[in-house]
Design a binder for this molecule. Structure first.
Ligand SMILES: Cc1cc2nc3c(=O)[nH]c(=O)nc-3n(C[C@H](O)[C@H](O)[C@H](O)COP(=O)(O)OP(=O)(O)OC[C@H]3O[C@@H](n4cnc5c(N)ncnc54)[C@H](O)[C@@H]3O)c2cc1C
Length: 382
């Protein structure tokens, strides 16, 4: 008889994990309290970027290459355009572009490109972009944007079509018996039981497993959609790197809903249940100044739309995938740290291979790395 598995959380990671596990022959139940890719979750919102450049990291380069392959494969198989290739402009503002340079050989080995650009030619090609303070730039042709929330819904639907059981319910507690999880308690008083459990709860994980609070924190990520002239939709996806590990990015062509602009800083904390999600003027003022410096013609642009989203960060910016403390039959997937969406398909496959005994979880993702001391950094530090 096939093993039963409960996956808690139908965001990018839990949804793809449930889908791959179901396809591998497990009897899977996927549980989410608010629905796949809901607006409060880390996977909520319209779009996410998939890019291949990952500094000198082999483990992320491998996972991203696998993710590109799987997004393309399923978009084709399902005949659903979840994946929009646009190319991206990487810009470095007064800092060493080591992150880009280290990416090039690893990408090349996988058949991907990141090409250095001539700034004078770039200024001619994109007169809308002020390049005065940009010291180097690169072009990554395969970068695409993924439809975020919608993709989570599609993956959950495909999971159900493959025979998976989806349940909208809130898990409020975990029962343990000896070294095992024996059941999950639901808000409505019912319990759920399975042979194995996978927790992909994003920023809510620490509410179920409080000991993980030492390694995970949630941050407030505000996303703005500015009004822009119609031809701005022809600009590429762009990323700007500044000193002090600051990164800003935008998706100009955004389904006619404005010029998407956001930051990667994790300075502002967010309780995903309690905190207000309205615009923070302090953040908007900072963002507007950065936007106007880069795109001077957007000086008078108004914010058409706004979304406060949440990053679930590990202390060192790397994913954490490990056994639930004191449970041999529970895995948790955490610390997606603002760069996990693109990896959904590859993470789902990795967990499935792990639970079928084919692959170990990479050492880079295990919790015991923190016993060597914590190197606080973001995804873009090399
Ligand atoms: C503004 C922003 C921009 C980003 N940009 C990118 C990008 O360009 N590229 C990229 O790759 N990544 C990006 N990311 C990161 C990426 O979106 C996240 O890493 C990823 O979506 C996290 O997915 P997840 O499945 O781990 O968590 P989530 O999407 O948060 O899913 C967790 C799910 O678990 C459910 N849940 C939690 N607790 C319970 C419970 N007790 N019972 C039942 N259900 C529960 C929740 O309802 C939720 O649906 C961005 C994130 C943000 C916020």
């Amino acid at each position: 008889m096939s093993k039963s598995i409960i996956v808690v959380g139908a965001g990018a990671w839990g949804g793809w994990t449930a889908f791959h596990l179901q396809k591998a022959g497990f009897k899977v139940t996927l549980v989410d309290k608010n629905g796949p890719g809901n607006p409060l979750s880390g996977s909520g919102g319209k779009t996410r970027i998939i890019r291949m450049a990952y500094g000198g990291s082999q483990v992320y380069t491998d996972l991203t290459a696998k993710s590109f392959e799987l997004w393309e494969k399923y978009a084709l198989q399902w005949n659903d355009r979840l994946y929009h290739q646009k190319g991206a402009l990487w810009m470095f503002n007064g800092i060493n572009p080591a992150y880009a340079e280290l990416s090039i050989p690893l990408m090349k080995a996988r058949g991907f490109r990141l090409d250095p650009l001539d700034l004078q030619n770039l200024a001619i090609e994109y007169p809308e972009i002020n390049l005065a303070d940009i010291t180097s730039a690169y072009w990554e042709p395969k970068v695409a944007y993924l439809e975020a929330s919608r993709a989570c819904g599609v993956v959950a639907q495909k999971f159900k079509e493959a025979g998976g059981n989806y349940l909208e319910a809130e898990v409020t507690g975990i029962d343990f018996e000896k070294e095992n999880i024996s059941a999950l308690r639901l808000k409505d008083g019912l319990t759920l039981q399975a042979d194995e459990y996978v927790f992909a709860c994003g920023p809510w994980l620490t509410k179920l497993v409080p000991t993980l609070k030492d390694y995970i924190y949630a941050s407030r990520q505000e996303v703005y959609y500015f009004e822009a002239p119609d031809h701005y939709k022809d600009l590429p996806i762009w990323l700007e790197f500044r000193k002090d590990d600051q990164m800003f990015y935008g998706i100009p062509d955004h389904f006619g809903q404005g010029f998407k602009f956001a930051y990667d800083e994790r300075t502002w904390s967010l309780d995903p249940d309690k905190d207000d999600r309205a615009i923070t003027n302090e953040i908007l003022d900072k963002m507007r100044a950065i936007l106007i410096n880069r795109f001077p013609a957007l000086k008078e642009s108004v914010v058409l739309k706004h979304h406060t989203c949440v990053y679930e960060n590990s202390l060192d910016g790397d994913f954490i995938i490990d056994r639930i403390p004191k449970a041999t039959n529970g895995l948790f997937l955490a610390g997606s740290s603002g760069h996990g969406f693109k990896m959904g398909p590859a993470i789902g496959q990795l967990i499935t291979h792990h639970l079928t005994g084919k692959t170990a979880i990479p050492n880079e993702f295990l919790l015991n790395r923190f016993s060597q001391g914590i190197d606080r950094k973001s995804q873009f530090e090399v």
